[in-house]
Design a protein. Structure first.
Length: 152
């Protein structure tokens, strides 16, 4: 269930709290192929199922940066701020990809609002995100996502 905050101040007050866990998203070969086309990263471990079957992962895997790119999609099912005039991606710190995501796997994210600092007319929110693979022991991605948020 999406956690709803009335405004940026209410969101800021949640600093240090777990925001929640997203819905599951299936990583399909079509999604991987579209990402490969958009980025020009057409390495065979991502786009050649036949060759990848005998490769190190036993099949095709998502790009690490595709997994990272799914974070905004996953975050939409974790929280929402009602009175939000501006919400932009400021960047990411400490990005790691501990385990490859096999095509056909389902992933979801858990998020914690680590800290909030003032930034211009709003705040800079540092959110710790862990993207897990269903049934896997290690996460697919661990990142500190940073957003600039301002109310109206």
């Amino acid at each position: 269930m999406v956690r709803v905050f009335d405004d940026v101040a209410a969101f800021s007050a949640a600093a240090g709290e777990v925001l929640g866990t997203s819905d599951w998203v299936t990583v399909t070969q079509d999604l991987v192929d579209q990402f490969a086309e958009a980025t020009g990263d057409r390495q065979w471990i991502h786009v050649d199922p036949e060759r990848a079957a005998s490769g190190p992962f036993g099949g095709t895997v998502a790009h690490g940066f595709l997994t990272l790119a799914l974070v905004p999609v996953l975050m939409q099912t974790i929280y929402r701020i009602e009175d939000l005039a501006l919400g932009v991606n400021y960047g990411a710190d400490k990005v790691r990809f501990p385990q490859a995501v096999p095509v056909g796997s389902r992933v979801r994210a858990s998020a914690t609002l680590d800290r909030v600092t003032p930034s211009g007319p709003g705040i800079q929110a540092h959110i710790g995100v862990v993207v897990e693979i269903e049934g896997a022991a290690k996460p697919a991605c661990v990142v500190e996502a940073i957003f600039i948020l301002a109310g109206s």
